[in-house]
Design a protein around this ligand. Structure first.
Ligand code: ATP
Ligand code: MG
Length: 586
């Protein structure tokens, strides 16, 4: 596979001025040393919520803002670590009073606001296994996840309950306690529900955290459903070590930062890095529940003085699509580090960050299953635009293939194979709920197999090629969709591109591209031909798309990933499969 070729050199990229640790971070720490430093509970106790909140609430940072909650009108309200500690204690106390057993599954279906934090962190303090869901989910995805996860407690708003849960309640016989917030003045509680704030008002500020250890189950996260039916990945409290270390080294978080993670906690990114890692590192998190809006987002970056921003390629592409004029109306002097995850980040997007935000975007790679960032362009590295970066210190990664007898073998530089990680690490998932065999198949010998294809270059940088399910095989070539899509995006008219393999009797498969255009651009035959010609020139005839269609929108998951499998199913007239995570039906 060819690397993405970019004419600009990366030598002018800055090294973060706030980086206080030695450049050779591998020598500077080990997972073990960080884990010992974290042990804040008696014995070998470890609890994610203690590490995130109480550790700071008991120290000199107690009055620092943990959360900056934004209202729709742009006003904001700060919650200190001390206050968050008291309030999450109260929530845990409510669970205790209700007789909820530690280990019970607690689902949180909330917009991004205080109750989400209380439910998640308070639930962890009580020893519950917490599962945050996208508040935008409809009744069906909620019902299937809660049934599979055997949820016995649900925290949600009165409005979401009435719209989405009431109709499925009869299908959830294990659901015992429904705690509602957001009741309007004088509104009567629906049957079989409880008023969360009334219960919190009667609860106590102090709480003795459940005796959880590094191996106690903590969070249940459903995967994005990009390649099929979402899987429920179970995590443990020991993941705290991964969150802490990766927040510090991959996101470069420091206590005086104002940090904004745009991911919803229904996606693992919104929990590991939207809630836990920033709190563990004592930074102030901006919390905004509004959907994407380019003007609002630029405004938040500017007016909230965001210094570290973690977002996703889909959002970056939408900002690029919104045009340069909107960006030019804002300035971002506080911003110093921008990172992205979830999908391959095209080289063009990295450079757009440098030009528009003043900072190139640091791509990093991980999965629901890994629980935390594994491969990254860190603050002290030269970014190779289009690459995911290098394995973080303490992460052993390899590109593997199978030999003639079917054994797993590590491959050399520049060879395409499956990205594998040597197990274990603290945030590695412990189960796919109800799918033991599927879980076992993720491992072979010492390795966790990611299901992603990638290659490593001679400098040790990893380059994403594709998910094994999305890779196109044409006339003996293995074609990664990302490589083709990146080339199509080099033309300034293009906003986004997605490619799939179409069956071909002669070649096996051929590449078909779907392209959306930026605001004000027109789909013409000339542009169509120019795009195909450009792709042929850059990629060669064997890899370039044979067909190209202009579309107004492309299907994405709620976590912002291109759902190529849906494009393909529609193109071939096949069943569309599980669409529970599809964002905007298009
Ligand atoms: P499902 O497993 O249900 O099909 P999913 O794999 O998209 O969904 P997630 O766990 O949210 O669910 O996403 C992890 C996947 O996202 C990775 O396996 C990889 O394919 C992709 N990914 C994440 N970060 C990057 C990145 N920086 N570059 C390329 N791909 C990435
Ligand atoms: Mg996956």
């Amino acid at each position: 596979m060819r690397p993405v070729i970019i004419e600009k050199t990366a030598s002018d990229l800055p090294v973060s001025p706030n980086w206080t640790d030695t450049p050779d971070a591998r020598a500077a720490f080990s997972w073990g040393a960080e884990a010992r430093a974290l042990a804040g509970l008696p014995g070998d106790g470890l609890n994610l919520a203690f590490e995130a909140v109480d550790r700071h609430a008991q120290g000199p940072a107690r009055q620092r803002a943990a959360l900056r909650l934004l209202d729709r009108d742009g006003s904001s309200h700060d919650i200190s670590f001390h206050e968050l500690s008291n309030r999450t204690n109260r929530f845990a106390h409510v669970l205790q009073r209700l007789g909820v057993a530690p280990g019970a599954r607690l689902f949180v279906l909330c917009e991004r606001g205080l109750e989400l934090y209380l439910g998640l962190l308070g639930g962890l303090k009580h020893g519950c296994v917490v599962c945050p869901l996208f508040s935008a989910f409809g009744p069906e995805p909620i019902a299937t996840r809660m049934a599979l996860g055997e949820g016995s407690v649900l925290v949600t708003s009165a409005a979401l309950y009435q719209r989405k849960v009431e109709s499925i309640r009869a299908r959830l016989p294990l659901l015992q306690h429904v705690l509602l917030h957001g009741l309007r003045q004088g509104e009567t509680l629906p049957p079989d529900t409880l008023d969360l704030h009334a219960l919190l008002a009667e609860a106590e500020d102090s709480f003795t955290i459940a005796p959880t250890t590094a191996d106690t189950p903590s969070l249940l996260h459903f995967t994005s459903g990009t390649t099929g039916t979402p899987k429920g990945a179970l995590h443990v409290h020991g993941a705290a070590v991964t969150h802490y270390v990766t927040g510090k080294y991959a996101l470069d978080l420091h206590p005086d930062d104002i940090y904004w993670c745009t991911a919803d906690p229904g996606w693992v990114t919104g929990t590991s890095y939207g809630i836990l890692a920033p709190l563990m590192l004592g930074v102030t998190s901006v919390v905004d529940s509004a959907e994407f809006d380019a003007e609002r987002w630029y405004g938040i970056l500017e007016h909230q003085h965001v210094s570290v921003w973690y977002t996703a390629p889909t959002a970056i592409r939408l900002l690029m699509k919104a045009g340069a004029a909107l960006a030019a109306a804002h300035s971002f002097p506080a911003l110093r580090f921008v990172a992205s995850v979830g999908e391959p980040l095209n080289a063009e997007a990295v450079w757009w960050g440098k030009e528009v935000l003043g900072h190139p975007i640091h791509d990093n790679w991980w999965q629901t299953e890994t629980g935390g960032i594994m491969i990254a362009n860190t603050a002290v590295m030269t970014i190779k635009p289009g690459s995911m970066g290098k394995p973080l210190p303490g992460v052993d990664a390899a590109i593997v293939g199978r030999n003639a007898t079917g054994q797993l073998v590590p491959l050399g530089n520049e060879q395409v194979g499956e990205l594998a990680l040597k197990k274990p690490w603290p945030a590695l998932f412990r189960a796919y709920l109800g799918q033991e065999e599927r879980y076992r198949r993720c491992f072979s010998g010492d390795w966790y197999l990611s299901g992603d294809l990638a290659r490593r270059d001679a400098d040790g940088y990893y380059w994403f090629v594709g998910r094994s399910d999305d890779v196109i095989k044409s006339a003996g070539h293995l074609i990664g969709p990302f490589e083709v899509e990146s080339v199509l995006m080099e033309l300034p008219e293009v906003a986004e591109a997605a490619v799939i393999g179409m069956p071909d009797p002669l070649l096996g498969e051929t590449v078909k591209a779907f392209v959306t255009l930026k605001a004000g651009q027109v789909a013409t035959t000339a542009l169509h031909d120019e795009l195909l010609g450009h792709a042929r020139k850059r990629l060669g005839a064997a890899v370039a798309p044979k067909e190209l269609a202009f579309v107004t929108d492309l299907p994405h998951t709620r976590s912002g990933k291109l759902m190529r499998r849906l494009l393909k199913a529609r193109e071939l007239g096949l069943p569309e499969g599980d669409l529970s995570t599809l964002e905007n039906p298009v």
